[in-house]
Design a protein around this ligand. Structure first.
Ligand SMILES: [Zn+2]
Length: 310
């Protein structure tokens, strides 16, 4: 069974203006890297638009309508100091959520072994009723709820190695013991949440890192905290919030990872998914703002998924 790669040109049309780090070139850099021959045996599909009813399992209809109504005809409209919408943002956000939901459909039905969604805007900061941190809809949390409702998954895990804490995913999962959220992230850093004392109903596992921590601390956080908790939770499907902004070249964080660390963590997550979830892994892009580091890291991550599916 192949590894599925989902993306869509609409995701290039979300544009928060010159100088914004979350820019269309991020996706172009990843697409260029994944054009190498080694990626030829992936199954490539265009991301569908998410249905509003699927988004509204997480986001209240009133919030979805606020986002739709904010869509500008021309100049960007700012929803918070970091997050704007351009004329292409609505479709981009629906494609981003639609990609992760469709990837869950394909992996849960056995049509694909695992999947990577090269989409933007990212999602893990979006709370059920609040856009923030470059995020409009929380695609990975929407997909987690979809895995339960549409495919009968009893336990769904999201592991998030973006350099920022996924406050939106934590918020969405906070009181539901059958949803797992595990995160490594830099503290202090935006959005300010993610202390190890934030544990939900025993289903939230935060392993904050300090500025200038690198490979050893990152791996220790996974080996001591995230992976044992994930093993104990035994998910039916594993979703990954794959942000690559903990790379040492990234301008937004001060964690010193390299591509080798993203390979390592992906291998560990694939191992956990093989043990508990029949290898079912759906990964989606979150952050990563140095174009070279982002492209190399995403390509390395996807190669591990491909090895797992062969
Ligand atoms: Zn980030």
């Amino acid at each position: 069974m192949p590894t599925l790669l989902l993306t869509h040109p609409d995701c290039l049309l979300h544009d928060m203006g010159p100088g914004h780090p979350e820019r269309p070139d991020r996706l172009r850099a990843i697409e260029n890297a994944l054009a190498a021959p080694v990626f030829n045996r992936m199954k490539r599909e265009r991301a569908p638009l998410a249905q509003l009813a699927v988004i509204e399992r997480l986001h209240p209809p009133g919030y979805v309508e606020v986002i739709r109504a904010a869509l500008p005809k021309r100049d960007p409209v700012w929803l918070d100091p970091d997050t704007a919408m351009s004329p292409g943002s609505w479709n981009a956000a629906l494609r981003a959520a639609g990609a992760v939901v469709y990837a869950v459909d394909q992996v849960m039905s056995g049509a694909a072994a695992n999947a990577f969604c090269a989409v933007r805007p990212p999602g893990h900061h979006a709370e059920p009723s609040r856009a923030m941190g470059f995020c409009l809809f929380n695609s990975v949390a929407i997909a987690a709820l979809h895995a339960r409702v549409a495919h009968g998954a009893e336990r769904v895990a999201v592991v998030d190695f973006d350099v920022h804490h996924g406050n939106g995913t934590q918020d969405a999962f906070w009181s539901d013991k059958d949803l797992f959220y595990g995160s490594t992230h830099q503290m202090p850093l935006f959005p300010g949440t993610g202390a190890s004392s934030e544990t939900g109903v025993g289903n939230i596992f935060n392993a904050p890192l300090s500025p200038l921590d690198g490979s050893a601390r990152f791996r220790e956080a996974f080996l001591r905290h995230i992976l044992p908790a994930l093993d104990n939770f035994a998910p039916d499907v594993l979703l990954i919030s794959a942000g690559f902004d903990a790379h040492r070249d990234d301008p937004l964080g001060q964690i010193q990872l390299t591509e080798a660390d993203f390979v390592w963590v992906t291998e560990k997550l694939v191992e956990a998914a093989d043990k508990h979830a029949g290898g079912r892994v759906v990964s989606t892009l979150e952050g990563g703002y140095d174009l070279g580091a982002l492209a190399r890291s995403a390509a390395a991550h996807v190669q591990v998924l491909m090895q797992a599916s062969s």
